[in-house]
Design a protein around this ligand. Structure first.
Ligand code: MLT
Length: 406
């Protein structure tokens, strides 16, 4: 007889964005002529940078010829891409990260979900609330989250509420946390931490021998000074932090799939007998066993985003979405809603009017306005009473959606 992993019974039956997609499909089937504007999942709408398309074509041609054909590549990524990442994302900011500390992957979602493989189940995990659902769900699947409770919280997770009262800046935990997920610029609230605020977390991790899992998927959207693009800008972070990056939101790779994770060799955690073990080695072992590398063609496409023309094209994509963010922010503000984010992030976090619940407001927007947003409660209990709008849509549609809200 085969037994299932019981933890899967405890988690919600569907992933947040699958549930939203299900409701949208049903609404569309009941209202076939409805012109639905999607501002829910953070999926990009502009095509890939031309530099990446050219690189894909060239790489495909290479795959046509026996002399240039490539089979299995290095599981952790080709040097041509790892070196580009080191030069542009770290060295250019004065940060020392080595190529063998970069692990290229099929995206930050997989890596933030899979990273739990290298950590013991006894770790106490702290997460900001609200947060990207992958952090909670994957810890629940692994059996590290305890039991779900009526409040919507898991008994074994440490929740770090981010709300209006603390201006969406999480307080240090009062219970001892071993692993801390931080995502900045934040998904879903679009808020940020300054260097000083992030320094507190790095100091906490250092003092408590904890590890920070820092999701930097949205760093390219930072517009303000004093907001760190990488946690390694903070002294000591290279001993306590793993960082996740994505080409999805930066360069439109949501369907093409590429990201990378930084695991400095100086980051360690403990074995049960008290030995300090390098997490770089463990992640390398995990990836070489369970992952066969991102495709050669896609890595060439990612490499091209660092070429001079690629950089310009990526900048244009980001500017386009950030203009959408401005349009959304201003429109929601004009109709009297409380609005956060959208300045250093492509997400706008809005308080629902008259205290209606997140899902009620989601349903109202879908059914009455044909607008899809994401209910804040889907990101955790502290997200109740909020919804998130994504700025990744087409501009005309974004303007139209905001007109409908007026
Ligand atoms: C989101 O909408 O929060 C993200 O796009 C989902 C993801 O990146 O997986």
């Amino acid at each position: 007889m085969a037994y299932i992993n019981e933890n899967f019974i405890k988690i919600p039956a569907t992933y947040l964005f699958s549930e939203i997609a299900k409701r949208v499909t049903q609404h569309k089937s009941e209202n076939p002529s409805a012109e639905i504007i999607r501002m829910g999942i953070g999926d990009v709408t502009l095509p890939l940078p031309h530099a990446s398309i050219d690189a894909i074509k060239n790489a495909a041609e290479e795959q046509r010829q026996a002399e240039t054909f490539r089979g299995y590549g290095p599981e952790q990524g080709y040097d041509f891409l790892r070196n580009m990442i080191v030069e542009n994302d770290f060295k250019a900011r004065g940060l020392t990260i080595e190529a063998d500390e970069i692990f290229v992957s099929d995206g930050a979602k997989s890596d933030t979900g899979n990273i739990g493989d290298i950590f013991g189940l006894q770790n106490r995990v702290a997460i900001t609330d609200p947060s990207y659902p992958v952090y909670v769900d994957t810890n629940a699947m692994a059996g590290r989250a305890g039991q779900p409770s009526a409040s919507g919280q898991w008994t074994n997770l440490i929740y770090l509420p981010c709300n209006e009262a603390n201006n969406f800046i999480p307080e240090l935990p009062t219970e001892k946390a071993d692993i801390i997920y931080l995502c900045y610029p934040n998904n879903p609230t679009g808020t940020t931490l300054t260097k000083e605020q992030l320094t507190k977390w790095v100091n906490y991790a250092t003092e408590n021998e904890a590890i920070i899992l820092f999701d930097a998927a949205y760093e390219a959207y930072i517009t303000e000074e004093n907001v760190p693009h990488s946690i390694y800008e903070i002294d000591g972070a290279d001993k306590v932090a793993i960082e996740f990056h994505s080409f999805s939101k930066t360069a439109g790779f949501t369907g093409t799939r590429c990201g990378y994770t930084v695991v400095p060799k100086s980051v360690t955690a403990f074995s049960e007998n008290g030995e300090k073990i390098s997490l770089n080695k463990l992640w390398l072992r995990r990836q070489t066993t369970k992952f066969n590398g991102t495709s050669y063609v896609v890595q060439r496409a990612a490499e091209a985003t660092y070429s001079p023309e690629g950089k310009k094209q990526v900048r244009a994509l980001i500017d386009y979405y950030m203009d959408n963010a401005r349009i959304i922010r201003e429109a929601l503000h004009a109709i009297g809603l409380k609005v956060y984010g959208g300045v250093n992030a492509p997400y706008i976090w809005t308080k629902t009017p008259d205290g209606v619940s997140s899902w009620e407001y989601f349903d109202y927007l879908l059914k009455d306005k044909n607008i899809v947003c994401t209910p804040g409660a889907g990101f955790g209990p502290a997200g109740e009473g909020y919804v998130r709008f994504s700025a990744f849509g087409n501009k005309e549609q974004t303007i139209k959606a905001m007109e409908r809200l007026k």
